[in-house]
Design a protein around this ligand. Structure first.
Ligand code: PA5
Length: 474
């Protein structure tokens, strides 16, 4: 279950910087319209994440491929993917992989569980490369047994340069080390995708599909995330069940009928447009939510940052960053809205015993989690006292079902906010220019300039004008 508390965004709590409930409610018709627009896109199959999670064939394929590939000697999964093609899986691995992991018997694959479509039970070490820093990749490769590793390339477009470049490196390494190296490869891409998909088809390499109408940052409900999650031993059915039940619950209620998603979108919108709060702080109070904050930041930034719009999302982890960023949030510019994300059940805890140290007597018999939660509360109250708004989202249990709920909450909230801002939350046209310049710098000549793009010579001219400016280096 997820709780949403927004009292510290209201005028009666934080004074003149706050919102009136009536202001939030005044957006009702816009929110209803946003929901209608999204529903229309869903009905026309322009966007697929709403329904992809009901695709039982996709889930079956994920399990079958994982069970088949890992039934052999493989014990490591090395995932390569950029942005939305890996952040979801990294988030789930971080959140569920530590003390919250119920499943995984560390032994041999549980055949019964597999037969029943249950959780995959072989212990697989899952690692990621979401960047192309050669030193980092070198270190990862050094730690694994290449022969026992499944190298999985996740790319919706099947053409992302960072992923393709890493594929060439891995391919060469495998060819030099493993006889039937194709068994060590898996591609997860759009069915009709580019290079990687063609390579898989032509060379008989295992492949899984990402639905055509699901973009990277909404792909947490696709094979791109579910395969690594399943391999890591998580119950992907439970995760999807959480997302589906949250979807059905919020979509069947009025926008303000005990329905956090739309209030949240309205609050962020009003703080941005009317109160000029340009920064949205995603502040998690659990180390296990750190990767969630990076996943949510990408979903938010890439979906909303266009047409000169959007608050800038930044991330923080409490209590750690109370000693790094909090000073700025308390007394810096009045330009932030903070969203706190915390846990109710920490699963493991410690009782503090300060016996013999009188000045710390007040800590006696207190739990460490109590200290963390009261630090969060202290920050919320102090921000409120200074007229600085915040809201709190509490995740009761860190399990697959609840993370499914949390994921869907964010994936519905962001596009609704996009509709309020009148932008398209499903494209990312702004990232193209940097990619083009990088291609030109790497010597690429043709086949990549879009139809509406300036000609190759114009692009080259602009690039060399900027690139040849005298360096201002000391
Ligand atoms: O959210 C997005 O659309 C992007 O972050 C993509 O996921 C990212 O650019 C990787 O693209 P692809 O999956 O095509 O390799």
């Amino acid at each position: 279950m997820i709780e949403f508390n927004f009292k510290f965004t209201l005028k009666q709590a934080i004074g003149e910087n706050g919102l009136e409930v009536t202001e939030i409610r005044s957006l009702e018709s816009d929110l209803v319209q946003a929901r209608r627009n999204l529903n229309k896109l869903r009905r026309n199959k322009d966007i697929g994440f709403y329904d992809e999670m009901n695709d039982t064939e996709m889930v079956k394929a994920v399990k079958e491929v994982a069970d088949r590939l890992f039934s052999k000697d493989l014990n490591t999964l090395y995932v390569f993917g950029m942005g939305g093609s890996s952040l979801g899986a990294i988030f789930l691995k971080e959140a569920l992989g530590g003390i919250f992991k119920d499943s995984g018997n560390n032994g041999n694959m549980d055949k019964e569980a597999r037969k029943n479509g249950g959780v995959f039970h072989k212990k697989i070490n899952v690692i990621f490369s979401e960047n192309i820093d050669p030193g980092y990749i070198y270190k990862n490769i050094e730690k694994i047994d290449i022969k026992k590793t499944l190298f999985c390339f996740v790319s919706k477009s099947a053409d992302t340069i960072e992923v393709v470049a890493q594929f060439f490196i891995v391919k060469e390494m495998l060819q030099n080390t493993v006889k039937n190296y194709k068994d060590n490869l898996l591609f997860i891409t759009d069915k009709k995708g580019g290079f990687l998909r063609r390579y898989a088809d032509e060379n008989g390499i295992s492949a899984l599909d990402i639905a055509e109408n699901v973009g990277g940052r909404y792909s947490i409900v696709t094979a791109g995330t579910l395969f690594p999650a399943y391999a890591a031993g998580f119950d992907i059915d439970k995760f999807l069940h959480g997302a589906i039940s949250y979807r059905d619950n919020i979509l069947n209620k009025g926008v303000f009928e005990n329905n956090p998603v739309y209030s949240l979108a309205a609050i962020i919108y009003l703080y941005y447009r009317q109160k000029k709060r340009n920064i949205f702080v995603i502040n998690v109070y659990s180390d296990y939510l750190r990767e969630f904050s990076r996943w949510f930041r990408q979903l938010f930034a890439e979906s909303l940052g266009k047409n000169l719009m959007s608050p800038t999302p930044v991330t923080a982890v409490g209590a750690t960053d109370q000693h790094s960023q909090l000073q700025l949030y308390m007394q810096g510019p009045q330009d932030k809205l903070t969203g706190f994300f915390c846990l109710k059940n920490f699963r493991k805890d410690y009782i503090i015993n300060p016996s013999g140290f009188k000045e710390y007597g007040y800590l006696k018999d207190k739990k460490l989690s109590e200290l963390l939660i009261n630090e969060l509360k202290g920050v919320e109250l102090a921000l409120a006292a200074l007229g600085r708004p915040s809201f709190r989202v509490t995740v009761d249990n860190m399990d697959e079902f609840t993370l499914g709920e949390l994921s869907f909450m964010c994936m519905e909230m962001v596009p609704v906010l996009g509709m309020l801002l009148k932008i398209n939350p499903f494209d990312q046209p702004g990232v193209e220019k940097g990619k083009k310049f990088a291609y030109l710098l790497m010597g690429r000549k043709d086949g990549f300039l879009g139809r509406q793009s300036p000609s190759l010579s114009e692009e080259l001219e602009e690039l060399s004008r900027l690139d040849n400016m005298a360096d201002l280096t000391y």
